[in-house]
Design a binder for this molecule. Structure first.
Ligand SMILES: [Zn+2]
Length: 76
């Protein structure tokens, strides 16, 4: 069982993807950014932040919340 989720990206768009597994102390829910099903933030889920680095603009940050590793690999 190798846990590698790395994929080749085109080199044109420079971006930094950081994935973490997160559990929040809250009763809030949020829709999955891949499949749209409701995620309880108090249960284990994937949090993704993507930093885009473009030549002459400010870097921008994108965030996504995903149910699990399956949605994560679909999303990325
Ligand atoms: Zn999902």
């Amino acid at each position: 069982m190798s846990g590698s989720l790395q994929r080749e990206k085109s080199a044109e768009e420079q971006q930094l993807v950081h994935v973490s597994t997160r559990i929040l102390i809250t009763s809030r829910t949020t829709p999955c950014d891949n499949c749209g099903s409701e995620i309880k933030l108090a249960q284990r889920h994937k949090y993704v932040s993507i930093t885009h680095m473009e030549a002459n603009t400010d870097k921008s940050l994108e965030e996504a919340v995903l149910c699990d590793a399956d949605c994560l690999s679909d999303f990325l």
